[in-house]
Design a binder for this molecule. Structure first.
Ligand code: IVH
Length: 683
C-alpha cells in the first residue's frame, strides 16, 4: 500500500469506526458485531502505527468512544473512566508485558515476582456507582469517559447494585466510595426479551450487551426493572478515608465485604503464561456461563506497580483485555478464482487477505455461484465481513462498501472453462463446463501433482484432495502450496493436529527437484523419464533454473523440432510439450507456483560415473524403493527408462521381475541383480 492509499484508507476507516462507535455507545443499536468493529479498529491502529505522522487527535484511536445522550442529565466522573487496549494472541500478551517491564524498569520497578489478576470480560456496559456514608447517591454510564449519563433511578432497580453498603468484613463502610463495574443481562433473559420484542412487532436487540445498554438508558425505570439486569463490580476508583489496597485482588475482596457482587470466576495467577491459560480455558468453556463474555481482562495485581505504569493514551498501561478469537472479521477479497468440480460445475472462490476467525487463520471463502456474488454486491478488492459458525467453511456475509476506493473490479463468470477452455453453459444458478469429462480429469491431474513421483506430499490422499476441491480450497495445483492451517482445520473431522501436519508436510515439499516438478505438471505423454530428461536439459542451460516460471521461459523458446532432438522424444510427445508450453493459462500457473513459494533444489549431480548409461528397473527392490533408485541413477549422471531397447545399458532385476527381464535377455541387454546394482552405485 502506498502512503497515499494508506491515507485514504485511514480516513475511511475513521469515518466508519466513528459511525459504528456512535451507534454502539450512544444509541445501543449496532449494525455490525463487536468482532468486526475490532478488526476495523485494529487495522486503523496498525496503519497509524506504520504512518505515525498521519495520527490526528480526532482519530477514534485517540478518543474514548461514546457521547452522553441529551435525554439524561450529564455527570462528571471524578476520575476519567478509561478503557483497555486489546490483545488477540499470547504473543501480543508477551509484547504487552515487555512494554510494561520496559517502562517501569526505568522507574525502579520490575514485573519479576509480580502476579496478575484475571477477570472475565463481561459483554455488558461499564457503570460508576457513588456511595456517601454507605448510601448509593448516584449511578452513571461511562459516556465519553469524562461525562456520563445519570442513570441513578434505573440503578436502584437492579438487585446486584447495593443501595446501602454492609460491613461483612474487617473494613468499615467508607464515608465516600466510587466503585465501577459492569451491567449485563443473562443469555436466557436476552432470548426471552427478544421473543417478546418480536411478538410485539418491536426491534430485536443485536446482542445481550445491547439489550443491557438499552435497558439502563430507559427514561421509565419500570422498564429497566422488568429486565432483570445483573451486575458485577470490579474496581474502586476512589475511597475516603483512604485505604491502601496492596493488590487488585484485595480491592475485589473489599468490594465483596461491603455487599457488592463480584465475579467468583476471577483469579489471581503468578505468571503471564497462567493468565493466557485462564483465557484459553474460558474460550472453550464460556458456553457454561449464564452470561456472554468476550475475553478476559488482565491487570498487574500489585497496585504500586500498576500505579507507576501509568496511563498510555486512553488506557492504563498495567491492564489489558485479552479477547477471545472473533467469530467474524474483516478481510480483503484479493481475487475470485474458479474451482471446477467433479461434475464440471464452476464455483467462484474468494481469495482473502489472511485473517483470524474463531482462532484459525483462513484465506479462502466459497461464494457458491454467480448469483451469490450478485446478491452480496461483491467486487474484487472489496473489504468484506467473513463469518465462521462452528466447524464450517467461512462465508462472506457482507461487503463494506464504505471502504471502496473505486479500483474494485466486477467479477465476470468466464465464458470458457479455465481448465480446458470448453464453453461454459448455464444450468439454473449454476455454470458448467460443457465438456462432461473436464471436472473429473482436472481432479485426476491434481491427485497426480501430490503423488509419489511428483511432489510426493504424504497424507494428501484422494479423499482429502476431494474435500479440498469440494470446499473450494484449491482450484489449481499451485493453490495446494498456499493452504493455511485454518483453511484445512475447518473441514469436517480434520482437527488442528492433522491440519498442522498437512501444512508442514506441504511446506517441506515446496523445495523439489526440477524433474519431479515437470512430471507433476501432468503434461500429456510425459512420464518420469522424459521429465527427468527435460529437467537435465533445462538445468544444463546457461541460466540456472530456480523457480517454476523459469521452466516456462526456457521451453517457450522450443519448437516441436527442438523437442524432438531430445533423447526418446518422438513427434507425439514433442507436440504435446509444444502445446503445453504454448498455452498462456499454463504459463500463468507456473507463475502462481512461484508466488506460492515453490522452488528447485540445486541439482544433486555428485558425479558423472553413470553418464551415458540407461537403466530399466523391474521387479521389487529390497533396499530401495523405485523412486529412490531412479533418483540415485540420475544423481550419478545416468538415465532411466521404462522400456527395454537395444539402447538400454542395464536392466536391474529385483524380486519377481516382469517381462522386461525376458526382453533384456532376448535383446542381449545385460541384467544385473540388486546387490550388483548397489555396488555399481557405491563404487
Ligand atoms: S476493568 C480501565 N473488568 O471492558 C478500564 N472491564 O475494554 C478497566 N469490561 O470499559 C475496566 N468486564 O466496560 C474491567 N471484568 C472486567 C470487565 C470490564 C467487562 C468492560 C468494561 C470496560 C471495557 C474495557
Amino acid at each position: 500500500m502506498t502512503r497515499e492509499e494508506a491515507k485514504e484508507r485511514i480516513e475511511k476507516l475513521r469515518r466508519i469506526i466513528d459511525y459504528h462507535r456512535a451507534l454502539y455507545h450512544s444509541f445501543d443499536s449496532p449494525e455490525i458485531s463487536d468482532a468486526v468493529f475490532d478488526t476495523l479498529k485494529n487495522e486503523l491502529e496498525e496503519l497509524e502505527y506504520e504512518y505515525p505522522d498521519l495520527v490526528t487527535p480526532d482519530s477514534p484511536t485517540q478518543k474514548i468512544g461514546g457521547r452522553p445522550l441529551d435525554k439524561f442529565k450529564k455527570v462528571a466522573h471524578e476520575e476519567p473512566m478509561l478503557s483497555l487496549n486489546d490483545a488477540f494472541s499470547a504473543r501480543e500478551m508477551e509484547e504487552w508485558r515487555d512494554r510494561v517491564e520496559n517502562y517501569i524498569s526505568g522507574r525502579g520497578k520490575t514485573l519479576y515476582g509480580a502476579s496478575f489478576y484475571c477477570e472475565l470480560k463481561i459483554d455488558g456496559l461499564a457503570i460508576e456507582l457513588v456511595y456517601e456514608n454507605g448510601v448509593l447517591i448516584r449511578g452513571s454510564t461511562r459516556g465519553d469517559g469524562i461525562f456520563g449519563e445519570d442513570i441513578t433511578q434505573n440503578m436502584l432497580t437492579i438487585t446486584d447494585v447495593p443501595k446501602k453498603l454492609d460491613c461483612f468484613g474487617r473494613l468499615e463502610v467508607p464515608s465516600r466510595l466510587v466503585a465501577r463495574g459492569e451491567i449485563f443481562i443473562a443469555k436466557k433473559e436476552f432470548t426471552r426479551i427478544n421473543k417478546e420484542q418480536k411478538r410485539d412487532g418491536l426491534k430485536e436487540y443485536a446482542n445481550p450487551r445491547n439489550l443491557a445498554a438499552g435497558s439502563v438508558r430507559q427514561l421509565d425505570s419500570r422498564v429497566t426493572a422488568g429486565r432483570k439486569l445483573k451486575s458485577f463490580q470490579y474496581d474502586i476508583s476512589m475511597i475516603y478515608p483512604k485505604v491502601v489496597f496492596k493488590t487488585h485482588e484485595e480491592e475485589h475482596k473489599a468490594l465483596a465485604s461491603w455487599g457488592f457482587t463480584v465475579n467468583p470466576e476471577n483469579r489471581r495467577v503468578d505468571s503471564l503464561e497462567k493468565a493466557c491459560e485462564f483465557r484459553d480455558e474460558w474460550e472453550n468453556s464460556r458456553g457454561r456461563l449464564t452470561y456472554e463474555v468476550d475475553g478476559i481482562v488482565v491487570f498487574i495485581n500489585e497496585n504500586d506497580i500498576f500505579e507507576i505504569a501509568g496511563v498510555v493514551g486512553k488506557a492504563p498501561r498495567g491492564g489489558i483485555a485479552y479477547k477471545f478469537s472473533p467469530r467474524e472479521a474483516t478481510a480483503v477479497v484479493q481475487n475470485i478464482k474458479i474451482q471446477v468440480g467433479r461434475t464440471g460445475v464452476l464455483t467462484p472462490v474468494a481469495e482473502l487477505s489472511p485473517v483470524q476467525v474463531s482462532g484459525v487463520t483462513i484465506s479462502r471463502a466459497t461464494l457458491h455461484n454467480e448469483d451469490e456474488i450478485r446478491r452480496l454486491g461483491l467486487k474484487i478488492g472489496d473489504t468484506v465481513i467473513v463469518t465462521r459458525a462452528g466447524d464450517v467453511i467461512p462465508k462472506i456475509t457482507k461487503v463494506i462498501t464504505e471502504l471502496r476506493t473505486g479500483k474494485e473490479k466486477n467479477f465476470i463468470m468466464p465464458a470458457r472453462c479455465p481448465i480446458d477452455n470448453s464453453k461454459v453453459k448455464r444450468d439454473g444458478v449454476l455454470s458448467k463446463c460443457s465438456n462432461p469429462k473436464c471436472g473429473a480429469r482436472h481432479r485426476e491431474s491434481l491427485y497426480h501433482v501430490v503423488s509419489r513421483g511428483a511432489f510426493d506430499i504424504r497424507g494428501l490422499g484422494r479423499k482429502i484432495m476431494d474435500k479440498f476441491l469440494d470446499e473450494g480450497l484449491i482450484s489449481d495445483a499451485a493453490d495446494i502450496f498456499s493452504l493455511s492451517e485454518g483453511d484445512i482445520e475447518v473441514l469436517d473431522r480434520l482437527g488442528k493436529k492433522s491440519a498442522e501436519n498437512i501444512v508442514s508436510e506441504i511446506k517441506s515439499k515446496k523445495k523439489t527437484t526440477l524433474a519431479r516438478f515437470i512430471f507433476g505438471l501432468g503434461i500429456l505423454h510425459i512420464g518420469e523419464e522424459t521429465a527427468a530428461d527435460l529437467a537435465r536439459i533445462a538445468s544444463d542451460g546457461r541460466k540456472k533454473i530456480r523457480i517454476p516460471s523459469e521452466v516456462g521461459e526456457f521451453f517457450a523458446a522450443y519448437s516441436t523440432d527442438d523437442f524432438e532432438k531430445i533423447n526418446d522424444i518422438g513427434p507425439k510427445i514433442a507436440e504435446s510439450l509444444r502445446e503445453w508450453f504454448g498455452r498462456k493459462e499454463n504459463i500463468a500457473l507456473l507463475s502462481r507456483f512461484d508466488k506460492a513459494g515453490v522452488e528447485f533444489e540445486a541439482p544433486k549431480q555428485t558425479g558423472k560415473k553413470l553418464e551415458g548409461k540407461t537403466f530399466v528397473l523391474t521387479g521389487v527392490l529390497k533396499t530401495l524403493d523405485r523412486e529412490e533408485a531412479k533418483e540415485k541413477i540420475r544423481t550419478l549422471g545416468g538415465d532411466t527408462s521404462e522400456t527395454v531397447s537395444k539402447k538400454t545399458s542395464f536392466v536391474v532385476a529385483g524380486e519377481s521381475p516382469g517381462s522386461k527381464k525376458a526382453k533384456a535377455e532376448r535383446l542381449g541387454v545385460k541384467t544385473i541383480n540388486e546387490s550388483e546394482f548397489l555396488r555399481m552405485l557405491s563404487e
